[in-house]
Design a protein around this ligand. Structure first.
Ligand SMILES: [Zn+2]
Length: 235
């Protein structure tokens, strides 16, 4: 059984603690597959086959440098099992099929979907500078991208409700096209002809920014605020 390594927490993003504290290279040392975001919510990251790609705030895709600073991310070593081929289905329908197949909503999973997509809608954020704004301000500056008939890979995680605030509850998926010209944080998607693989993960290893002054000084006891912002941002 393999585990997820998570750098940072969702609460850090909510409370505007957006300093990078780990590099893309360090993330890749913890696994070859994952998702994340850069310091200051600098775009959306997708880690595939040991390489880290960023979809920036303009929607451009690039492989990031080893020293690219990351504020939040999940990574694991891929060992997926094929669940099946799926045709003409929304991701929403697929996600309930996945949970049904796993037989539980209480486990960490990674999901990888490869093939042809009828439609994918993504978002990506523009990097913010210090003093960092709240997620609401960041959301105003993010862009939404749509692509029809695109081949690519969607990868991400399912997090049980209990871990809300540590991570993002439910499915959190990022997309990268095979052409590496489109991607981001998935808002909506319609699958055309894809292979769906899943990997159950039995442990969560959370890495915190032990040397970051702002993080150490922050009052992170307002969990009601956390829950409110997460529900506003992820819906
Ligand atoms: Zn995301």
């Amino acid at each position: 059984m393999s585990s997820i390594t998570q750098f940072g927490t969702m609460q850090m993003l909510v409370e505007s603690l957006l300093d990078g504290f780990v590099t893309a290279k360090d993330m890749l040392k913890a696994g070859n597959t994952g998702i994340g975001t850069g310091a200051g919510v600098d775009g959306e990251l997708i880690l595939l086959d040991g390489k880290a790609y960023q979809v920036n705030g303009k929607g451009q895709v690039q492989e990031v440098a080893d020293d690219f600073p990351v504020v939040f991310g999940d990574v694991h070593q891929a060992a997926y099992q094929v669940l099946g081929q799926y045709e003409n289905q929304s991701f929403e329908d697929l996600s309930s099929d996945i949970l049904q197949a796993v037989g539980s909503q209480n486990l960490f999973l990674s999901v990888k979907i490869t093939g042809d997509f009828q439609h994918v809608q993504t978002r990506s954020a523009q990097k913010s500078e210090k003093p960092y704004p709240g997620l609401g301000e960041i959301a105003k500056k993010q862009m939404i991208f749509n692509q029809d008939n695109v081949s690519g890979t969607m990868v991400g995680y399912y997090t049980p409700s209990l871990y809300e605030g540590v991570g993002v509850p439910g499915f959190h998926m990022h997309f990268l096209s095979d052409q590496k010209d489109f991607g981001g944080h998935v808002l909506d998607s319609q699958l055309k002809n894809v292979e769906v693989s899943i990997q159950i993960l039995d442990a969560l290893n959370v890495k915190l920014p032990v040397n970051n002054r702002d993080y150490k000084k922050a009052d992170l006891s307002h969990l009601d605020h956390l829950s409110q912002v997460i529900h506003a941002a992820e819906s």
